[in-house]
Design a protein around this ligand. Structure first.
Ligand SMILES: O=C([C@@H]1CCCNC1)N1CCCCC1
Length: 324
C-alpha cells in the first residue's frame, strides 16, 4: 500500500493551480477540482481552434488506452462553462500515485472559457456519485487509488503565489502549523460538504444557521451567501458592488478586515491581505470574497486554501483544515 506521493501544483495566472499529470504516458497540466468528479482531458478529437495553446491527449498514441465503446460524458459547471465527449480507460500517474484502468474522459467539445484557460483538463476529486459518465458512472482517480494508499485521504496545499502540492495517502506535517480541526462531511450532494452556521467579519459574529459549505479547489474565490458578502463589504470603506466587474470592488489602498468562516464547528480565519484578489485598474481592486448567487451552500475555494492546508479524508468522511 505504498502508492503514497506528492504532486507539485503550480499557480497559473492567479486563478488556478495546475498539476503535471501523466495519462497513458502523455503529460498534461490538469486542474484538480474537489468540486466535481470527472477526469477529462483535451483530446485529439477537438477542433484545431479548440486545441490552440493546449497539450492534447491522443488515445491512439497510448499503448495502455482502452476505449469504452458507446460511453459518453457531459458536464456543465456553475460558471456556465462545460465540456463533453467520449470515454476510455488508461493509466494515470500523479506524483507517486499510479492508477491503472482509470476512466479518462476525452473532450470532443469544450466551452470557450476552457480554450482560453491554461488547464488541459480537470481531475475531479469530489465523490464519484456525481460523475457524469453514461451509461455506467465511473470512479474518480482518488476512489480508484484509495486501496493502494496508506490512508484513504489526500491533502491540498495551495499557498498564495507559490508552488503548492497535492499529497495522496498521507498528511505532510511540514505543510501546516498548529493543530488540524476536522468537520464531518455529508457527501449526500457529492461534495466535501459540511455545516457552516456562522462567520465573523473583523470582530463581529454573524449567524448563517443551517447553511453549509463545500471545499472546492476548482473554485478560485470564496463565494458566500449575499448577506455575508454585504456584511463583509459594509466594513470596507469605498467598497461597491460593481455590475461592470460582476462583483464587489474597493480602493486598492483600503485595508481589509479578516473573514472567519465556520467549518463544521471551528472557525477558519482568512486574513484581509488574502481577500484582495486582484487589481482592476491600479486604483480599484476586485475582492476575493464574492456572492455565491443564491442558495445556502457557501463555496470555499482557492482563497481559503491560500490560508489553510485542506485534508480530504474518505474514512469518515471528514474535511480537515490546518493553518499554513
Ligand atoms: O460547478 C461547480 C464548481 C465550478 C468550479 C470548479 N468546481 C466545481 N460547482 C460548485 C459546487 C456546487 C456545484 C457547482
Amino acid at each position: 500500500k505504498r502508492q503514497d506521493g506528492s504532486a507539485s501544483a503550480a499557480p497559473a495566472g492567479g486563478t488556478e493551480y495546475l498539476v503535471s499529470t501523466s495519462v497513458g504516458g502523455e503529460s498534461l497540466n490538469l486542474d484538480f477540482d474537489t468540486g466535481s468528479a470527472d477526469l477529462w482531458v483535451f483530446s485529439s478529437s477537438l477542433s484545431s481552434a479548440s486545441k490552440k495553446g493546449h497539450d492534447i491527449y491522443t488515445a491512439s498514441k497510448s499503448p495502455t488506452y482502452q476505449a469504452l465503446s458507446g460511453y459518453t460524458w457531459s458536464i456543465t459547471y456553475a460558471d456556465g462553462s462545460g465540456a463533453s465527449g467520449k470515454v476510455g480507460t488508461d493509466t494515470v500517474t500523479i506524483g507517486g500515485t499510479s492508477v491503472t484502468g482509470q476512466a479518462v474522459e476525452l473532450a470532443t467539445k469544450v466551452s470557450s472559457t476552457f480554450v482560453s484557460d491554461a488547464a488541459d483538463g480537470l481531475v475531479g476529486l469530489a465523490f464519484s456519485s456525481i460523475n457524469t459518465v453514461q451509461p455506467v458512472q465511473q470512479q474518480t482517480f482518488f476512489d480508484n487509488a484509495q486501496p493502494s494508499l496508506n490512508s484513504p485521504l489526500f491533502a491540498a496545499y495551495l499557498p498564495y503565489n507559490a508552488d503548492g502540492a497535492y499529497d495522496f495517502g498521507f498528511i505532510d506535517s511540514s505543510k501546516y502549523s498548529g493543530s488540524i480541526n476536522y468537520a464531518t462531511v455529508n457527501s449526500g450532494n457529492g461534495f466535501w460538504e459540511f455545516a457552516s452556521n456562522s462567520y465573523q467579519v473583523g470582530g463581529s459574529t454573524f449567524s448563517q444557521s443551517g447553511n453549509t459549505g463545500i471545499a472546492d479547489t476548482g473554485t478560485t474565490l470564496v463565494l458566500m451567501i449575499d448577506d455575508a458578502v454585504s456584511n463583509y463589504y459594509a466594513s470596507v470603506s469605498g467598497a461597491s458592488n460593481s455590475a461592470t466587474y460582476g462583483g464587489y470592488i474597493f480602493p486598492c489602498s483600503t485595508s481589509l478586515p479578516s473573514l472567519s468562516v465556520d467549518i463544521g464547528g471551528n472557525y477558519a480565519t482568512i486574513p484581509g491581505s488574502l481577500l484582495n484578489f486582484q487589481s482592476i485598474d491600479g486604483t480599484n481592486c476586485f475582492g476575493g470574497l464574492q456572492s455565491v448567487g443564491g442558495g445556502t451552500q457557501n463555496i470555499y475555494g482557492d482563497v481559503f486554501f491560500n490560508a489553510y492546508y485542506g485534508i480530504f479524508d474518505a474514512s469518515v468522511p471528514q474535511f480537515g483544515f490546518a493553518a499554513l
